[in-house]
Design a protein around this ligand. Structure first.
Ligand SMILES: *Cc1c(COP(=O)(O)O)cnc(C)c1O
Length: 440
């Protein structure tokens, strides 16, 4: 036991898992070894201990190098945060702050006022509110305006965005009654109009974040729906999800609906995530008409959905960076989007020079995060062609930091658009020095 706990290979795990967990793992392996009768060799026990610790370490939250080419990758923590956001967290969380204190008046203030100004400035909305995530934002809106009443949604927009968010289920949990209109592929203004009745609380538009319906289709645009809502005296809400604040045409992509577009259409409330195309921390923003936001603020449910100071600090800093294109480049999401093919090719050459058998290939990166699911972004990948690409992929996932690539047509691809330039050396070193890489 003592010898095992002193073994340098075992000691290495203490930093990650803590001494207690390491000791328990050793005890369990020894217990099993004794129970099996036959006394095992020290080497066999050590191998079993290291395998067990390795598995345990994979369950811990650990850094990953994203070489998949999907920029906002939900499984990999969605988006990396800007340094500005991280230093704001450090600056405002290391000590005390005016989180709920009005420094001018010397009395209690509201945490919800902290990011309102910058959210309004960036989106052009009259008022704003921040909660834990976009799912919470939708829930709060429905609970406030639609409990026991009807919400009209087009059948083509009854989304499931993954991770358990299904719009019909969220509606049901909030106590609202779903009133579906239109068919799978077509919905008209007249469908919404026919559904209006005394029980109608809201007209809800959602963004088909991760799918497209193509062919014989018809949608009711935001402006048309907002006009209908105004005529009928019913509020129109749009769940934009991805939280895009920027015209993607600036980055050579097709224009995608932005928060500003929704507001310009006359939508009363828009909900969106902080950690998708906004490039910030997990959060849910609601922007729109002051009277509607005031009612949301008065809902006691808000207390259960409230955000931490670290989130507010990171979100405010990220929103400040959105003020112009130069500062926006400090948000990792936009830096990755803006990287030129020449730059990626240049970096790829360093890989090829160092890693035997590596080749430079064209690749398709994706925005991810519920936007442009069918719009590949031209990218560059480094390709390896080992005998068993899946085995090599699994081996790299166990590395520290883990490297996650993409297996494609018998090759393992490392798309450099989502690898930070400062991570290149680590990836190159792993691919060059890992002795079993090419036997994998
Ligand atoms: C992503 C998304 C959500 C959920 O956002 P979270 O911040 O993950 O809660 C809700 N609606 C739409 C349309 C989305 O794309």
């Amino acid at each position: 036991m003592h010898r095992l706990l002193e073994d340098p290979a075992v000691v290495e795990f203490e930093a990650k898992l803590g001494r207690g967990a390491v000791k328990r793992a050793v005890e369990q392996v020894l217990y099993r070894a004794r129970a099996s009768g036959e006394p095992p060799t020290y080497e066999a026990v050590l191998t079993a201990v290291l395998a067990r610790l390795g598995d345990a370490a994979l369950q811990e939250l650990t850094p990953v190098i994203n070489a998949t080419g999907i920029i906002a990758h939900t499984n990999l923590g969605r988006v990396p945060l800007a340094h500005d956001a991280l230093s704001a967290v450090e600056r405002l969380s290391h000590g005390y702050s005016n989180l709920e204190y009005d420094l001018a008046a010397g009395e209690r203030g509201s945490r919800y006022d902290r990011v309102t100004d910058v959210l309004c400035e960036v989106t052009g909305a009259p008022d704003a509110l921040v909660v834990n995530n976009c799912a919470a934002a939708v829930l709060l809106v429905l609970d406030t305006f639609a409990k026991g009443r009807e919400v009209v949604v087009a059948r083509s927009q009854l989304v499931e965005i993954g991770g358990g968010f299904r719009l019909p289920d969220v509606l049901e949990r909030s106590g609202a009654v779903l009133r579906e209109v239109g068919t799978t592929n077509r919905v008209y203004s007249s469908d919404y109009e026919a559904a209006l009745c005394a029980r109608t609380a809201l007209l809800l538009r959602t963004h088909p974040s991760n799918y497209r319906i193509e062919g014989f289709v018809n949608e009711v645009g935001g402006a048309e729906l907002a006009a209908l809502g105004r005529r009928a005296g019913v509020a129109v809400v749009e769940d934009l999800g991805n939280g895009l604040l920027v015209d993607l045409a600036e980055y050579g992509l097709p224009h995608e609906r932005t928060v500003q577009d929704c507001l310009a259409d006359g939508i009363e409330l828009v909900t969106f995530s902080g950690d998708k195309l906004l490039g910030g921390p997990q959060a849910g923003a609601i922007v729109g008409e002051s009277r509607a936001i005031a009612r949301l603020r008065a809902n006691p449910l808000l207390r259960a959905l409230r955000v931490d100071k670290m989130t507010l600090a990171a979100l405010a800093a990220t929103l400040h960076l959105h003020c112009d294109r130069t500062s926006r480049a400090r948000i990792p999401f936009y830096r990755m989007l803006a990287t030129s093919l020449d730059e990626l090719r240049e970096r790829a050459r360093a890989y090829v020079a160092a890693v035997p058998g590596a080749a430079i290939v064209d690749s398709d990166a994706y925005v991810g995060g519920g936007a442009l699911p069918q719009m590949p972004i031209a990218s560059i990948a480094v390709a390896l062609s080992p005998e068993r690409p899946d085995v090599l992929a699994a081996r790299l996932r166990r590395d520290t930091p883990a490297i996650v690539g993409r297996v494609d047509a018998g090759r393992l691809l490392f798309d450099l658009r989502t690898v930070a330039p400062e991570e290149d050396d680590t990836v190159i070193a792993t691919l060059t020095w890992a002795p079993d890489v090419f036997e994998a």
